[in-house]
Design a protein around this ligand. Structure first.
Ligand code: ADP
Length: 272
């Protein structure tokens, strides 16, 4: 009997702590939403004065009246460059907090992955050539259209591509598209510095660089891959990474044939 009473007591205690935990979880979820909303509002407010500052720095750097010395011109250019870095950071933080607050809309439409890859090639080819790198497009035949948000897919792939060009000094970058189950796999392969196995997870965390530090050795915000990973999830897909230090990296975006929430009334699959 005594044992029964003790059991009963323990059961009560467990029920009590369960309730407390769930209350705490609700409080945490609410606070996390407040935090994301605060960050989103603040980022927005920061952009307005920063844009004004950037315009003024540009006007100075143009030096229309030829009144600035060489040194002063360089200062104006530094102000502009730092302002642009700051704007990129604010935009990334805004993106990430919008995603966390559940405020990012997915606008699915019928998309040709092959055509999208072609557009990306056009916009990155020149940049590759400037660094003496090859840019290759590797399209599997007959890639079906998918229903997804092309703006978000573009954002993810542009991030892969600018990283690939940033971390590669010889060789080049290959943008590949091939079928993947009922969907498609779009990969960006480079012959750059690569990422060690132990760092491969960390690079998807906010502000982290591959060496595990949060120092900005290569510039950039360290937020691109976190945003990409969250966006891929929103599209019902995922990102995989295959990399070897000194040999290069392949970032692959796997997308389903239909993004979640996409209306089934959209046109059926047709080869590109
Ligand atoms: P950022 O490039 O702005 O630092 P990202 O989130 O896009 O931020 O990338 C995080 C880190 O992952 C980079 O700083 C770099 O260390 C590593 N990384 C990303 N892409 C590559 C790549 N193609 N090759 C080597 N390292 C990479």
């Amino acid at each position: 009997e005594e044992q029964n009473a003790r059991l009963e007591e323990q059961r009560d205690a467990i029920a009590r702590s369960r309730r407390q935990l769930s209350d705490q979880a609700q409080v945490l979820a609410r606070e996390s939403r407040y935090k994301s909303e605060f960050v989103a509002n603040m980022s927005h407010e920061l952009r307005t004065p920063l844009n004004a500052l950037l315009i003024m720095a540009r006007l100075l750097a143009e030096n229309r009246g030829r009144t600035l010395s060489e040194e002063q011109l360089r200062w104006a250019e530094t102000i502009e460059a730092s302002g642009k870095d700051l704007l990129a950071l604010i935009n990334d933080i805004l993106d990430l907090s919008k995603i966390e607050a559940g405020k990012v809309e997915v606008n699915p439409e019928s998309v040709s992955p092959a055509a999208l890859a072609g557009q990306l090639k056009t916009s990155f080819e020149a940049q590759a050539r400037q660094k003496g790198l090859d840019f290759t497009l590797d399209l599997a035949p007959d890639i079906a259209r998918i229903v997804t948000d092309p703006a978000r897919v573009g954002q993810i792939l542009r991030n892969f591509l600018s990283n690939a060009l940033k971390f590669t000094d010889k060789g080049g970058v290959t943008l590949g598209v091939k079928p993947d189950g009922t969907g498609v796999a779009i990969s960006v392969k480079d012959t750059g510095i690569g990422i060690s196995e132990s760092d491969q997870k960390a690079v998807f965390e906010p502000f982290r660089q591959a060496d595990g530090t949060i120092s900005r050795r290569y510039g950039g915000t360290g937020l691109g891959l976190s945003i990409s990973r969250d966006l891929a999830e929103l599209l019902g897909g995922k990102i995989t990474l295959d990399s070897r230090p000194g040999q290069g990296s392949t970032f692959t975006l796997h997308l389903p044939d239909q993004a979640p929430g996409a209306s089934a009334a959209l046109p059926p699959q047709m080869p590109q």
